[in-house]
Structures are given as C-alpha cells and as structure tokens.
Design a protein around this ligand. Structure first.
Ligand code: CA
Length: 238
C-alpha cells in the first residue's frame, strides 16, 4: 500500500484522518507544519500528499509550489474557504485535487483512492529531474548544469549547493542549514565554507557576480535564490 503524507496542523483533524487512512491500509506520515511537511516529502517520497493550506511556518501553497518543481507526487489540497479554491485555480499550482473543509471522510477517501489509482496507471515517470530558473538549467540525474546553452563546469559541492538553492527558491537559507544539507552534519568546517562556495558559484552563474541576480545575500542569515524574471541571453543583449 502506498504511503500517504498528511500535512495538517489541526491535531484532531489530523489524528482522525490518520486513523481512517490507516484503517484503509495506508501507511500514514504526519507533519504539523509546512517546513516539516516539505522535509518529509523529500526524504520519504510518499505516494500521495494531503496538504492543508493554512499551515504554520510555510503555507500549503508554497509547499505545493516547491514540490512541484521537484517531483510529480500526487497532491490533494485541503482548503478551509471557498475563495481559496479560486486561488488554487488561479495559481495553477499543480495540485491534483482539492477538498473544501468541512468535508466528509468518505469523500476524501474516495478521492485518495481515485488519485492513487490514476498514479498507478501512469507509467512512473523516471527519476529524471530538471530544475530551471532564469537561464539556468540543472539536471540532477546526470549531474549536469547549463547557463543558457553553455554547460557549466561545477565541482560536486558547487553542484549540490546550486541544486539545494534552486529547490528552495524564494526561501532564505541560513549558512548552517546549507552546511548541513550540502556538506552533512559531520562536516567540521565553518560557515565561511558556504561563503567561499557561493562566491565561486556566483562567478559561474551570475551575469555580473558583483551584482548577483540569482543568489541574493540575506544579511545576518545566509542566502536566498531568486529566478530573475527577465534575464536576457548573451545573444539577446548584443
Ligand atoms: Ca490549518
């Protein structure tokens, strides 16, 4: 049976859903806020995500948007109000379905079954993951990266750092968090390691490393990746 990740901060609802999903035979993972949900989704690769929208730390829209850039995991969003449904339609975030609270258990379970059936029928898309931002393109399966049509020569840590930044675009990441994600918990260096690698990375990906457009410095925190809306390719600039 597939694993379902439930991201819901209302305890009573979360426990009720967990109980009933487990009774159906699913393995259920529970996260109580968006950041934890994102982490669990990445680590556990569940077969389906049930995602509340109003969540502490990181809302469901953001979780959906970030995960959609990385995977095609099926998602059902739980919305509390009708106007949120409109927002979903407008934002076209890529959720597979949504259920408006209050909903009946039977209704949710029916949708869970339908979506998992659909996902099963589709040949599982390969693990190929291509991240795009501005003129940058990163293929994590072949570990190759391009800026426009030029392939970048990135050593392992710079590649991992860039991948981590793009996956978390729009989010300020602390140096400690980047150290942990890219170098691992047992790494003995300090946060200057991050700064040095960011400098090297900027020299390769930024049109003007002195005025970075992709990797923004967040004072007192660390770095935030942004995909510039309008970056012209070198040919277009000429
Ligand atoms: Ca909530």
């Amino acid at each position: 049976m597939p694993t379902i990740l439930l991201v819901e901060d209302e305890n009573t609802l979360a426990e009720t859903l967990r109980y009933n999903l487990e009774r159906e035979g699913y393995v259920v993972l529970l996260a109580h806020d968006g950041v934890q949900g994102l982490e669990l989704a990445r680590r556990e690769q569940p077969g389906l995500l049930i995602l509340d929208i109003m969540l502490p730390r990181l809302d469901g829209f953001s979780v959906c948007r970030i995960l959609r850039q990385e995977s095609d995991i099926p998602m059902i969003m739980l919305t509390a109000r009708q106007d949120e449904v409109d927002r979903i339609a407008g934002l076209e975030l890529g959720a597979d379905d949504y259920v408006t609270k209050p909903f009946s258990l039977g209704e949710l379970l029916a949708r869970v079954r339908a979506i998992l059936r659909r996902a099963e029928r589709q040949p599982h898309s390969s693990n190929r993951e291509v991240l795009e931002a501005g003129l940058l393109r990163v293929d994590t399966s072949s570990r190759r990266a391009w800026r426009d049509s030029d392939e970048l020569s990135l050593p392992q840590k710079e590649f991992d750092l860039l991948t981590c930044l793009i996956r978390n675009r729009g989010i300020a990441l602390s140096r400690d968090l980047l150290l942990e994600r890219v170098w691992g918990l047992d790494f003995l260096g300090d946060s200057r390691t991050v700064d040095v690698h960011i400098r090297w990375l900027r020299e390769k990906i930024e049109p003007d490393p002195a005025r970075p457009r992709y990797i923004q410095t967040v004072r007192g925190v660390g770095y935030r990746f942004e995909a510039p809306m309008t970056e012209l390719s070198p040919q277009e600039q000429n």
